[in-house]
Design a protein around this ligand. Structure first.
Ligand code: NAP
Length: 267
């Protein structure tokens, strides 16, 4: 049995992960951490029967006594870097879904994990459909290099643009390198009207109640457009990718960034 601690266990994603870990026959929930609901049973919070794992408020302490193999983190941008560092220092393999991890923080995690030969997975999007969306975008980009990204999320999301949108732009920029493209010329009457820019690619962020996690990648060509759209309509969409990472991470060495690098790793 793989021993798992969930960090951010009182949150929307954390509760989904707790439920998935408790239902998996080969995984054992040995600890749960959050700054909310401390002392409450993690199973109860996740809508299950009590599982005898009360939420702790201190990740360091929980990792010390629970001795897990894997820590899954779905907290927030202000907590994730410290949590990653804490897990690595306990030689616990991190699986990080929290977005907003900075490049320097990621570089530091890469260095420490390589040094300790510890496996780690960081993925801005654990939904299989989102990974396929990026793959398809990479195929289209050299042939239709004029492209913009619109991402849509619920209004509780704290960071913009989404990690998936940034990753998509990275993938497109790499795939169309040399194709030559810039943003369409024109004056912004209202600042920000053309969105954020990543290597000449506009990214637009929509935040509204009623949305979950959605993205459109729109390619424009002569007399035609091509739209790739992905919709996560429930948090369950992330579960297969998260469980895959949990099961694989201890067999990895160093940081793997992006679900595609464990999904397509037989290539
Ligand atoms: P959420 O509902 O706000 O849950 C986050 C939980 O972590 C909250 O209970 C929060 O407490 C807690 N937390 C924050 N900082 C903490 C700290 N320093 N110590 C302990 N607990 C802390 O958010 P969510 O919707 O579950 O999303 C969590 C993260 O996952 C976000 O970054 C989101 O973008 C990302 N996400 C990633 C994927 C993916 O596939 N990779 C999918 C969905 C979401 P407070 O309420 O007090 O802040």
């Amino acid at each position: 049995m793989l021993r798992v601690v969930v960090s951010g266990a009182a949150g929307r994603m954390g509760r989904t992960v707790v439920a998935a870990v408790c239902r998996a026959g080969d995984l054992e929930l040995v600890g749960a951490v959050d700054r909310q609901q401390v002392g409450v049973d993690a199973g109860t919070l996740a809508g299950l029967e009590p599982v005898g794992v009360p939420l702790g408020g201190d990740l360091d302490g929980v990792l010390e006594w629970a001795r897990p193999d894997v820590m899954v983190d779905f907290t927030g941008p202000s907590a994730v870097a410290a949590n990653l560092h804490t897990a690595i220092s306990h030689l616990v393999c991190p699986v990080v879904g929290t977005t907003g991890l900075s490049e320097p923080d990621l570089a530091e995690a890469r260095r420490k994990c390589a040094e300790k030969r510890l496996g780690c997975v960081v993925a801005p999007n654990f939904a299989l459909g989102a990974v396929l969306m990026m793959r398809l975008a990479a195929i289209c980009a050299p042939l239709m290099p004029q492209v913009e990204v619109i991402e849509f999320h619920h209004d509780q999301k704290v960071d913009s643009p989404s990690g998936t949108a940034i990753k998509t732009a990275e993938v497109i920029a790499k795939a169309r390198a040399g194709a030559g493209q810039g943003l369409a010329a024109g004056q912004e009457i209202l600042p920000g009207a053309r969105g954020a820019a990543y290597d000449g690619i506009s990214i637009h962020s929509v935040r509204l109640p009623g949305l979950m996690a959605h993205q459109e990648v729109i390619f424009g060509g002569l007399g035609q457009t091509l739209t790739i759209r992905h919709d996560s309509i429930s948090r369950e969409s992330f579960v297969p990718g998260i469980l895959l990472a949990v099961r694989k991470v201890s067999r990895l060495s160093g940081v793997v960034y992006g679900l595609e690098n464990i999904l397509f790793d037989s290539e």
